[in-house]
Design a protein around this ligand. Structure first.
Ligand code: PLP
Length: 448
């Protein structure tokens, strides 16, 4: 296995180009634009970095790749080959995982809807570790487990109801995810725990929470662990044999898009310190699971586009690229700004204000500029590179305006570029969208 190094702290607070200018120009001339590029070395670096961040924790640490961020089979294989666990949320993701050669014992299956037929399918495929976050969901899992007669490990998804400062928050009161510590109702952690402990084919393994994505203030992790520790102490009084083997702190490790963010090391140090105290007090040997989609996959990828039109309007210069929010949905949905730069580079400081527009007929199809964006010299024919687009973007491709999906190339550790997703052809899109179902019709245009 080729070992690659870790990014420095400075690197985690800048949008350092992952590909050389000449690589980008050469590939875009050869294959056209838009194209996505992915760097295997950066994927490996980020996995190593996240693992190392929790080195001060006394117990075992596992990093789980949340494949919702990017389910490209070649990317999955990079993490599979390096022994990552996988956070899987749907039977579709499970299919991608197993077809790509994944080992089902590495899966933590966390469904949102928790349907019985979904659990049946997952059990049939060999999944044996589930996270549940509703009473009905647990009953569905019980039914599927009893039907299949397969023993499983179960974690409870808690909603710790702590304040979270993040781009996407998932742990606020009334969030759709998880159960509260207590509300006297069946959808609560004590009820779920009691039910799991009473099921002969279920082994209770521990607790899971997910606070949000792109977390900006790391104190929420400590707040969530404070509450969890108190809860475990109370539950141990009710269930003297209760044993907690896993604590899964979900995702949220942020990435630099233009403003400084906490580094994985800072998060790892603080979480490890708190958790070391926690495990000492509860007297257990607990394995820590850290999930991540964004941090593991974002910085490895760029979207290469070309300026296909420009227009001066009032004091603004509109630059139109051959991409749009159909390729980077979060740009419209969350006003996510990606650092962009222009190739060939220009060092002239033109004072005109640039608006970066996509090709869709939609007012939201304007790309927010990040503080790290540099659009000096953006003009017709030039290349615009969008950095840090690997998570929640490359996999969002949608055919709005009959737009096809661009190809994706991965730069392997030996420097070679491999095609890892072919370009979708317009004829394929037409057929998928129902064109293939059309019956030949005699033309009656002559009558009009
Ligand atoms: C349960 C769970 N774990 C992990 C993640 C990954 O979060 P991130 O990509 O911010 O690390 C998500 C994202 O939605 C999630 O829902």
């Amino acid at each position: 296995m080729v070992e690659v190094g870790y990014p420095s702290l400075e690197e985690s607070q800048t949008a350092t180009p992952v590909f050389s200018d000449s690589e980008i120009v050469e590939l875009s001339n050869k294959y056209g634009t838009p194209i996505f590029l992915v760097d295997e070395e950066t994927l490996v670096n980020r996995l190593n970095t996240l693992r190392r961040a929790y080195r001060e924790y006394v117990g075992d640490v596992h990093v789980a790749y949340s494949m919702k961020a990017n389910f490209n089979p070649s990317i999955l294989q990079v993490f599979m080959r390096r022994g990552a666990l996988f956070d899987i949320t749907s039977v579709g993701e499970l299919h991608f995982f197993t077809k790509s050669g994944g080992d089902v014992s590495r899966i933590i299956y966390t469904s949102v809807t928790e349907e019985e037929n979904e659990f049946e399918k997952a059990l049939k495929d060999g999944v044996r570790r589930f996270v549940v976050g509703s009473y009905n969901g647990l009953q569905n899992l019980v039914a599927a487990v009893n039907g299949s007669k397969k023993a499983v490990n179960v974690l409870i998804r808690i909603n710790p109801e702590v304040a979270v400062k993040a781009v996407v928050r998932s742990a606020c009161r009334n969030s759709k995810f998880g159960v509260p510590y207590s509300n006297g109702k069946k959808d609560s952690a004590p009820t779920l725990l009691k039910t799991i402990l009473a099921e002969p084919l279920m082994s209770f393994e521990g607790f899971h929470f997910h606070l949000g994505s792109q977390i900006e203030d790391i104190s929420c992790y400590v707040g969530a662990l404070d509450r969890l520790e108190g809860f475990i102490e109370r539950m141990k009084k009710q269930h003297p044999n209760l044993s907690v083997k896993i604590i899964d702190i979900g995702g949220g490790t942020p990435v630099f898009y233009g403003t400084p963010v906490p580094s994985p090391d800072e998060i790892g140090r603080i979480v490890s310190k708190r958790l070391n105290l926690f495990v000492e007090r509860i007297g257990e040997k607990v394995t820590l699971v850290v999930e991540s989609g964004r941090f593991l996959s974002t910085e490895a990828s760029v979207l290469v586009t070309r300026v296909v039109n420009s227009k001066i309007y009032a004091d603004q210069k509109f630059i139109y690229v051959d991409a749009g929010f159909h390729l980077l949905l979060d740009a419209a949905l969350l006003h996510q700004s990606y650092p962009q730069y222009v190739l060939p580079r220009s060092f002239e400081d033109d004072s005109v204000k640039v608006k970066l527009a996509g090709r869709l007929c939609d007012s939201y199809d304007i790309f927010p500029l990040s503080q790290a964006s540099d659009l000096k010299g953006a003009d017709l024919g030039k290349i615009i590179v969008f950095q840090n687009v690997g998570a929640y973007s490359l996999v969002f491709g949608m055919p709005f305006h009959c737009q096809t999906k661009p190809p994706v190339f991965m730069r392997r550790l030996n420097g070679q570029f491999d095609l890892i997703r072919p370009a979708q052809k317009i004829e394929e899109l037409y057929e998928e969208e129902g064109g293939a179902l059309l019956q030949p019709q005699p033309s009656d245009y002559s009558q009009s």
